[in-house]
Write a protein of this length. Structure first.
Length: 166
């Protein structure tokens, strides 16, 4: 089974492990993956958005994939050797592939949770799922891509017990 480790100092251990277990169901890989998850202010995400995308505005989530992956395809470590790094997580040591970084703006997450009428926890989980899927090669530039990505988002959110009704 594929395994994902979250590099995130902000989440409590129980939250991190729950999210890791569900997100691990979003891919197939021949070695564990590490995803960095960061929570930042509006100023920080605006600056990152301007530098990375040339868009000088606040956004909810940004993804910085470490590898070029094709959505839904197995991840083979020998094709991404430059992304292998040593990992110590949950008392285990070994190698893992660095998947990338997902940056979430906490203020936007709070605003969107209110706007959509669901919990802040649900919004943060959705943004983490969305960001991870971008790191895994999913996108939503075309309607076909959007349908595939939204279906995968919903599948993972259901596994978290945070489907649209939550």
């Amino acid at each position: 089974m594929s395994k994902l480790f979250l590099d995130c100092e902000t989440l409590a251990d129980a939250e991190r492990k729950t999210l890791e277990n569900v997100l691990s169901e979003g891919f197939v890989a021949d070695m564990p993956l590490v995803l960095e998850l960061l929570f930042v202010s509006e100023e920080e995400i605006r600056s990152l958005n301007a530098r990375a995308r040339g868009v000088d505005r606040v956004t909810d989530v940004l993804s910085f994939p470490a590898m070029e992956l094709e959505a839904g395809k197995p991840i083979v470590s020998e094709e991404h050797g430059e992304c292998i790094e040593p990992v110590e997580a949950d008392g285990e040591e070994g190698d893992a592939l660095f998947l990338g970084s997902v940056v979430i703006c906490t203020a936007r997450a709070k605003e969107q949770a209110e706007e959509y009428g669901h919990s802040y926890a649900r919004e943060v989980c959705y943004l983490a799922v969305h960001g991870m899927l971008h790191c895994l090669g999913y996108d939503h530039m075309t309607e076909a891509e959007k349908r595939v990505m939204r279906a995968e988002e919903e599948r993972l959110m259901q596994k978290l017990g945070l489907g649209r009704e939550a």
